[in-house]
Design a protein around this ligand. Structure first.
Ligand SMILES: [Cu+2]
Length: 248
């Protein structure tokens, strides 16, 4: 039903979606059952004259309202929690937590433009603004199991950086920096989409997230960006880089 979840915290989003869908299905079935039951029970041949009041037995169905209120509150709590977890907590705080726990992380910058993504990497030293920084077009390469911090900006109009498999999506806003954090837990190649209608070629604004094993990532970083990635777990789909960061 949903695309494969490859991030460590994607289940927070999935359970809200699944609960919504199953809740709607159950409520729909119960509501239609009651509706058809009432249509049948109070049919005109048996009840030629309208009743002046709701029969007392029927008043009991009001319990459905209470069930719905409780269900909505649970849903509200769960979705607020997921939202808070991913987007409301300041990224500096998450980074501090990650460092205190001794977890590994990488940082990248993503710039959205009509109609492509530019991904800036800090290179081997992990620091931006140094000699070994490099850029790639439409390709975000990250190591498996690392925390990934993405700083998002726009070069022109509104875009939205969306990785369905990682369950993250955030608006890319001109003149403002937004942040995303996720933790890829499964190697492979996954789609990145633009989820905000940004112009005529919006549908072609597509990139890839490539999650590599740690040692492969390091190997790639040593030869980046003018190398090609081909590991057997990438669906034998070779990803080539050429000078200037174009991806073929
Ligand atoms: Cu776009």
């Amino acid at each position: 039903m949903l695309p494969q979840d490859i991030s460590q915290h994607g289940y927070l989003v999935d359970r809200v979606i699944k609960l919504s869908i199953w809740g709607i299905v159950v409520v729909g079935i119960v509501s239609f059952f009651i509706m058809f039951y009432i249509l049948y029970k109070f049919r005109r041949t048996k009840n030629p004259f309208p009743l002046s009041d709701v029969p007392s037995g029927l008043k009991k169905v009001i319990f459905i309202d209470y069930v719905m209120i409780i269900f909505d509150l649970i849903l509200l709590f769960m979705s607020t929690w997921a939202w808070f977890f991913f987007f409301v907590r300041p990224v500096e705080k998450i980074k501090k937590e990650v460092q205190e726990k001794g977890e590994k992380f990488v940082e990248v910058r993503v710039i959205g433009r009509q109609f492509f993504w530019t991904v800036e990497y800090p290179g081997r030293d992990g620091v931006f603004g140094t000699q070994d920084d490099f850029k790639l077009g439409n390709l975000l390469v990250v190591p498996e199991g690392y925390n990934v911090f993405v700083k998002l900006t726009s070069g022109d109009v509104l875009h939205s950086f969306f990785i369905p498999n990682a369950r993250i999506k955030y608006d890319v806003i001109p003149g403002r920096e937004t942040h995303l954090w996720f933790k890829p837990a499964k190697v492979g190649k996954y789609e990145i989409a633009c989820a905000e209608l940004c112009g005529a070629m919006h549908y072609r604004m597509k990139g890839y997230l490539v999650v590599l094993k740690e040692q492969d990532y390091k190997m790639w970083l040593d030869s980046a960006p003018f190398s090609e990635i081909s590991f057997d777990y990438l669906d034998d789909d070779k990803i080539k880089f050429v000078k200037g960061g174009e991806v073929r």
